[in-house]
Design a protein. Structure first.
Ligand SMILES: [Zn+2]
Ligand SMILES: [Zn+2]
Length: 265
């Protein structure tokens, strides 16, 4: 039985005592110490819920496990692309995904959501598309993993993977030609939906330098989008996405250079 880190949800391909993903400054090892589980154990006391999220099907685990992100099924070529991933995969989930057309590929924004991607890939006989700049964070190497390089990868049917960097060197978002940006936490949807944010580490509150924010803006510059879907249930910006990203980046750059945002209320 392969080990799964309880804190980040990443499944390991062999014996491990420590989790490099959690020992990285972007994550954390809990004060109670490193803890492990298995997919088999997770299947006993967790389940996945599939429900609509801004017109797509979201897949999330209950009760919350690890980082708590939900994945999204994105219609693609008569089947689907799974955008981001969750650790739990069971028979009910697989049947529900098959009923919606199955998977042609999995693409993941960054290593915090690598989860049990290889289990999903094997179950659906499909590849996992990851940016090569994050290859060191692959804890279960497998032939199903296909590394891509460069700034963008066109998938067809109006889907494009865009490498933004920032949170991770290979940090990727998915652009859909219908005007949707699937952002993971590379572009973070925040409580005030008039803005987004960006961080090197979310749990440890480590910001990004100006050059990285400008890099994200440059990567997104060629793309039009209205809606932004973040990594958790309900993190949806319904419109004006591009302008929101641009003004948020300016606000962020001003703040890290000492100019705090003006009061709005
Ligand atoms: Zn971990
Ligand atoms: Zn993350």
């Amino acid at each position: 039985m392969l080990g799964v880190c309880v804190t980040c949800g990443v499944q390991f391909g062999g014996p491990a005592e420590r989790c490099p993903v959690c020992e990285d400054p972007r994550q954390y090892v809990p004060v109670s110490g490193q803890q492990w589980t298995t997919l088999e154990a997770l299947r006993r006391d967790h389940r996945n819920v599939l429900r609509d999220e801004a017109g797509l099907t979201g897949i999330g685990t209950e009760p919350k496990f690890a980082i708590g992100q939900r994945a999204l099924l994105v219609p693609w070529g008569g089947s689907n692309l799974l955008w981001d991933c969750v650790t739990l995969l069971d028979d009910d989930t697989a049947a529900a995904v098959e009923a919606r057309g199955g998977l042609r590929a999995i693409a993941i924004s960054h290593p915090h959501y690598y989860s049990a991607m290889v289990e999903w890939a094997h179950r659906f006989g499909c590849p996992v598309l990851l940016h090569e700049a994050d290859r060191e964070w692959i804890m279960r190497p497998d032939d199903a993993i296909e590394l891509w390089s460069g700034d963008t990868r066109e998938l067809g049917d109006g889907l494009t993977l865009v490498r933004c960097g920032g949170h991770f060197a290979g940090g990727t978002v998915l652009h859909r030609a219908d005007g949707t940006l699937l952002a993971g936490d590379i572009v973070q949807v925040i409580p005030d939906r008039t803005h987004v944010s960006f961080m090197y580490s979310y749990p440890n509150y480590i910001p990004l330098p100006e050059a990285e924010i400008r890099g994200i803006l440059a990567a997104l510059e060629p793309f039009d989008y209205e809606r932004i879907l973040g990594a958790w249930w309900g993190t949806v910006i319904p419109g004006d996405g591009r302008a929101i990203v641009e003004r948020s980046a300016q606000r962020y750059i001003s703040a890290i250079n000492g100019e705090m945002p003006a009061r709005t209320g």
